[in-house]
Write a protein that binds this ligand. Structure first.
Ligand code: SIN
Length: 535
C-alpha cells in the first residue's frame, strides 16, 4: 500500500525533531517515522550535555578552535563556524520551548569535558540532558498540527527514481505489512551505527540503517572510517556498556589501573581530559600492559550527596550492579560511541541525491572531522536539523502539487517490497553477532591491513547468503567502515592504523567519499562541488 505526505523525517532524536518543527512551521505536512518509541534515540541517552559558547568566560572563537583541534585537520571550517555561531541562538530557542537546563541561583551552569578549553557544557537533571531536550522538542512538535508521528516503523530502503529520492519503504507497525510512503523530500535523521560493534554505548536502534539506505539509493557517504570510541563505558560481564559520562572526568574523576595506580598522566599532559581517542588507546595499552580486561573510574573523592545530585542516573544505574559511586571503583573500558562519517551533505543538509537531506549523526557535514569534540553532537543535530528542515521546505515546497503528483506517479516502482524481507530470525541474529565481533576485533580501536582485510573477506562471504534487507543494511554499514579504514593508510583522530601509526597530512588530509558502484575517492571538501580524485 502506498501513502503520501509532504515531507518524511526518519528518526526522532534532536536533529529529526528540530527538522520536523522547521518544516511544519513552513506550513507543510510532515510524517516522522521512528523505529522504536518516539522518545527512543541516541539523543535520549546523551548524558554529558550540549556544548555552547554561552558562559561569561567563553567565546565562540574558542569553541571553534577546540572543535577544529579535536577534528585533527579534517573539519570543514565553514560547517564548524555555522555550528558555533548559530549554536547560542538555537539553544536560547530550546530554552524558550521549555528545556530546563541545570541552573544555580538562576544562572546556567556549565561543566567541562575533555579537550574543551573552557567550561561550556550545559546539562539537565545532572546527567539526563538528552532526555530533557527530547521531552521539550516532542512537546513542541506535538503542538504543530502538521506533524504526525509513526512509532515502531522500521524503514528499510528509500524509494529513488530518476536520480531523486521520492519516499521510503517501511514496515507498518499496526498490521506488520510493508508500506511505501511517498513525499516531496526525505530528511534522514536516523542516528549512528554503534550497534555494528560488539561493545557500544548506543541503544539497540543505532544500527546505521540511514547510512545504508542512502548508500543503496545512490547518495554519497563520507569519512566512514572515523568512529569514535568512548573511553569509559561500564564494563561488567553480561551487562550493556552503559555510558559513564566524560563529565565525570570533567568534574575531577580519575582513571586507575588494576593496581590502583593513576595512569593517564603517563600518556598525555591533559591526563584524563585528553582527547577521547588518546584516552581510549591509553586504556587499551594499560590493559595490555597489566594483562587485564578493565581499568577503573574513581569518583570516591566526592561525597555521596554531590554525586547523587550531579550524576543521579549514573548513580542509580551503577547501584543496580552493586557499585556505589562514592565508595567503589567503577570498572570501565572503551566502547563504540559515535560515527563522525555518514551521508555527505552541504551546509544546508542536502545530500548528493536530490530530495534527500540528512542531519545529525547519520550525516557528515564535516563538523567533527576525524574526531568529535565531546558534547558537540547535540549542538550539531540541533543546528543542522533546523537547517536541513528549512532547506527541504524551501527547495521542495515550490514544486507545485501537480508536479509532485506527476513525479510520484512516474516513480511507481518495480521494487515492490516482499513481506519476507522483514523477518528477523536466527540467521539475522547470527549475522549480527558475527559482524559485531569482527568489527570489534578487526575494525575497532586498533586497526591493521591484515585485520581489515580479514573482516572484509568474511563480510563478503556473509553477503552471499540470502539476507533480509535489515541484515543486509547492517552488513553494508560494517563493510563501508572497514573499507574506508583499509583505504586510509595513516592514523588520524579516531582512526588508528598500527601499520601506519603516524598522521600524514601531505597525502591524507582528505575526506573519503564512497558511493555504490565506485571506488573510494578523495576529496578536500565535504562540499560536493569540490573536485574529487580517484585513489
Ligand atoms: C558523555 O557524556 O561523555 C557523552 C557526551 C558526548 O559523547 O558528547
Amino acid at each position: 500500500m502506498t501513502l503520501e505526505t509532504d515531507f518524511i523525517v526518519i528518526g526522532s532524536g534532536i536533529a529529526g525533531l528540530r527538522a520536523a518543527v522547521e518544516i511544519a512551521q513552513a506550513g507543510a505536512r510532515v510524517t516522522v517515522l521512528t523505529k522504536d518509541r518516539t522518545s527512543e534515540s541516541n539523543t535520549e541517552y546523551a548524558q554529558g550535555g550540549i556544548a555552547v559558547a554561552l558562559s561569561e568566560e567563553d567565546e565562540v572563537a574558542l569553541h571553534e578552535e577546540d572543535t577544529l583541534s579535536a577534528g585533527a585537520g579534517l573539519c570543514d571550517e565553514r560547517a564548524v563556524r555555522v555550528m558555533v555561531e548559530d549554536g547560542p541562538r538555537y539553544i536560547q530557542e530550546l530554552i524558550d520551548w521549555g528545556t530546563q537546563f541545570d541552573r544555580e541561583g538562576g544562572r546556567l551552569v556549565f561543566t567541562r569535558e575533555a579537550a574543551h578549553s573552557r567550561r561550556r557544557i550545559l546539562h539537565a537533571h545532572g546527567d539526563s540532558t538528552g532526555r530533557e531536550i527530547v521531552r521539550a522538542l516532542i512537546a513542541r512538535a506535538r503542538a504543530e498540527r502538521g506533524i504526525a508521528f509513526v512509532a515502531h516503523a522500521a524503514t528499510d530502503s528509500l524509494i529513488a527514481s530518476e536520480a531523486r529520492c521520492a519516499g521510503v519503504r517501511y514496515l507498518d507497525p499496526l498490521v506488520r505489512a510493508p508500506r511505501e510512503l511517498r513525499a516531496r523530500a526525505v530528511i534522514l535523521a536516523s542516528g549512528g551505527a554503534g550497534q555494528v560493534f560488539l561493545h557500544t554505548t548506543n541503544p539497540q536502534v543505532a544500527t546505521g540503517d540511514g547510512m545504508a539506505m542512502a548508500y543503496g539509493a545512490g547518495a554519497e557517504l563520507a569519512d566512514m572510517e572515523f568512529v569514535q570510541f568512548h573511553p569509559t563505558a561500564l564494563n561488567i560481564e553480561g551487562a550493556p556498556r552503559f555510558l559513564l559520562s566524560e563529565a565525570m572526568r570533567g568534574e575531577g574523576g580519575v582513571l586507575r589501573n588494576e593496581r590502583g595506580k593513576r595512569f593517564m598522566t603517563r600518556y598525555h599532559e591533559r591526563a584524563e581530559l585528553a582527547p577521547r581517542d588518546i584516552v581510549s588507546r591509553a586504556i587499551v595499552a594499560e590493559m595490555q600492559r597489566t594483562a587485564t580486561r578493565t581499568v577503573y573510574l574513581d569518583m570516591t573523592a566526592f561525597d555521596k550527596k554531590y554525586l547523587l545530585q550531579r550524576f543521579p542516573k549514573i548513580y542509580e544505574t551503577c547501584l543496580r550492579y552493586g557499585l556505589d559511586l562514592s565508595r567503589d571503583l567503577l570498572p570501565v573500558s572503551p566502547a563504540a560511541h559515535y560515527c563522525m562519517g555518514g551521508v555527505r551533505t552541504d551546509l544546508e543538509g542536502r545530500s548528493t541525491l536530490a530530495g534527500l537531506y540528512a542531519a545529525g549523526e547519520v550525516a557528515c557535514t564535516g563538523v567533527h572531522g576525524a574526531n568529535r569534540l565531546a558534547s558537540n553532537s547535540l549542538l550539531e543535530g540541533l543546528v543542522f536539523g533546523a537547517r536541513a528542515g528549512r532547506a527541504a521546505a524551501v527547495d521542495c515546497m515550490s514544486a507545485s502539487a501537480r508536479d509532485f503528483d506527476n513525479r510520484v506517479a512516474a516513480t511507481d516502482s518495480e521494487q515492490q517490497p516482499s513481506g519476507s524481507r522483514y523477518r528477523q530470525g536466527d540467521v539475522a541474529l547470527a549475522v549480527r553477532k558475527r559482524v559485531r565481533r569482527l568489527m570489534w576485533e578487526r575494525v575497532g580501536i586498533l586497526r591493521s591491513r591484515e585485520g581489515l582485510e580479514r573482516a572484509l573477506r568474511e563480510f563478503e562471504q556473509i553477503a552471499q547468503a540470502p539476507l533480509a534487507r535489515a541484515s543486509r543494511n547492517f552488513l553494508t554499514v560494517a563493510t563501508l567502515i572497514a573499507r574506508a579504514g583499509l583505504w586510509r593508510e595513516e592514523s588520524r583522530g579516531a582512526h588508528f592504523r598500527m601499520d601506519f601509526p603516524e598522521r600524514d597530512d601531505q597525502r591524507w588530509r582528505v575526506h573519503s567519499i564512497t558511493r555504490t558502484g565506485a571506488n573510494i575517492s578523495a576529496s578536500e571538501e565535504i562540499d560536493f562541488n569540490a573536485v574529487t580524485s580517484d585513489r
